[in-house]
Design a binder for this molecule. Structure first.
Ligand code: NDP
Length: 308
C-alpha cells in the first residue's frame, strides 16, 4: 500500500493550484485527475476573466499551464478516478479505479461540480456552439445578440442580469409560474427592461444550423408550441457537486456541497480539506477555485506540521 502525505483529488484550477502550493511546501503531493482533466473550464473555449491575460487565454491551454507548473515543482500527477474513500480514521483510505489503494495523511478534495443539462440531443449537438452552462464564461461572445437562460433560481437570475448588460434581449425560460430565486433577485430581473420572462415554458428543442444555435422551440404548459430566435442558449438549472463519495463522512449542505469552516478549507473531518466548486455554490469561478486550492494546501501544510 502506498502512503502519501498529501493526496489531491481533482484536476481543475483548485486541484492544480493546491498541487503547486503543496509541492513548493515540500509535501510531495500526489494528484489524481479524475474523469475530466482540466475540470469544467475546458467545456468553454476562451477565458477572458482570468487575471493576467489581457487578450484572454484558451481554457485548455490555461489548464495545461497550471498542470505543468504543478509538475515542475514535483507534484506527482496521475490519471485515475477515486472509486471509494474511507475517512473514518487517519491515514485516510482511498481507492483509485477500483484497485489501487492509497493511505493519505491529508486529503484535499477538489472534485468540482457538474452543470446540469436538460438532456436534449439538440442541446448536446450545439454544446460549445451556442449552448453553454456559464454566462460569465461565454456571455461576452453574444454581445448585442439575443439569448435565452433556462431556469428560475438565483443562478438563472444572476446569469440573466449579467447577460442583460451585454446582450440585446434576454429571454428567461421558467418552467413554473414562479421563480425559485430570492425576492431581491426576482425584483432585479423583473425591473430589467430587456429581460422577458417566458413563464410555464419548457424547451422542446434547441434549433440551429452548421454555424450554431439559431433558436429554441418551447412548449407552454397549456400546450402552445412556439419558437424564439436566439444565438445563445444558457442553462442555469443547477449544479451537482461531485461529493457523493465523501458525503458519508463529511458534512454537506442540503444540495450536497461540502461544508468548510469559516474562512478556511477545513471540512468536518480533521485533515480533510475541500477546495473549488465542490464546496462553493455561489462564486464558482476559476479564479476563486484557484484561490481556495491555495488555501487548502496551506491548511494541509499547517495540519501536517501540527500533527505529524
Ligand atoms: P436552484 O436549484 O436554486 O434552481 C434551479 C432552477 O432551475 C429552478 O428554477 C428550477 O425550477 C429550474 N430547473 C431545474 N431543473 C429544470 C429542468 N429540467 N427544466 C427547467 N428548469 C429546471 O439552483 P441555482 O443554481 O439557481 O442555485 C443553487 C444554490 O445556490 C441555491 O441555494 C441558490 O440560492 C444559491 N445561489 C446563490 C447566489 C447568491 O446568493 N448570489 C447565486 C447563485 C446561487 P423549479 O423551481 O421549478 O424547481
Amino acid at each position: 500500500m502506498e502512503r502519501v502525505k498529501c493526496l489531491i483529488l481533482g484536476a481543475g484550477p483548485a486541484g492544480y493550484t493546491a498541487a503547486i502550493y503543496a509541492a513548493r511546501a515540500g509535501l510531495s503531493p500526489v494528484l489524481y485527475e479524475g474523469m475530466e482533466p482540466g475540470g469544467q473550464l475546458v467545456t468553454t473555449t476562451v477565458v477572458e476573466n482570468y487575471p493576467g491575460f489581457a487578450s484572454g487565454v484558451d481554457a485548455a491551454a490555461l489548464m495545461d499551464a497550471m498542470r505543468s507548473q504543478a509538475a515542475s515543482f514535483g507534484a506527482d500527477i496521475r490519471r485515475g478516478a477515486v472509486t471509494s474513500a474511507d475517512l473514518s480514521s487517519r491515514p485516510f483510505g482511498i481507492t483509485v479505479d477500483g484497485e489501487k489503494r492509497i493511505e493519505a495523511d491529508t486529503l484535499i478534495i477538489a472534485t468540482g461540480a457538474t452543470a446540469k443539462y436538460l438532456g436534449l440531443p439538440s442541446e448536446t449537438r450545439f454544446r460549445g456552439m451556442g449552448v453553454s452552462a456559464c454566462a460569465t464564461c461565454d456571455g461576452f461572445f453574444y454581445r448585442g445578440k439575443d439569448v435565452a437562460v433556462v431556469g428560475g433560481g438565483d443562478t438563472a437570475c444572476e446569469e440573466a442580469l449579467y447577460l442583460s448588460n451585454i446582450c440585446g434581449k434576454v429571454y428567461m425560460i421558467v418552467r413554473r409560474d414562479v421563480f425559485r430565486a430570492s425576492k431581491a433577485m426576482q425584483e432585479r430581473v423583473l425591473s430589467a427592461s430587456n429581460i422577458e420572462i417566458l413563464w410555464n415554458c419548457n424547451t422542446e428543442e434547441v434549433l440551429g444550423d452548421e454555424n450554431g444555435v439559431t433558436g429554441a422551440r418551447l412548449v407552454r404548459t397549456d400546450g402552445k408550441v412556439f419558437d424564439i430566435k436566439i444565438d445563445g442558449f444558457f442553462l442555469a438549472i443547477g449544479h451537482h457537486p461531485n461529493s457523493e463519495l465523501f458525503s458519508k463522512w463529511l458534512e454537506t449542505d442540503e444540495n450536497g456541497y461540502i461544508v468548510t469552516g469559516g474562512k478556511t478549507s477545513k471540512t468536518t473531518v480533521e485533515g480533510v480539506f475541500a477546495a473549488g466548486d465542490v464546496q462553493d455554490p455561489v462564486y464558482r469561478q476559476a479564479v476563486t477555485a484557484a484561490a481556495s486550492g491555495c488555501m487548502a494546501a496551506r491548511d494541509a501544510e499547517k495540519f501536517l506540521i501540527e500533527h505529524m
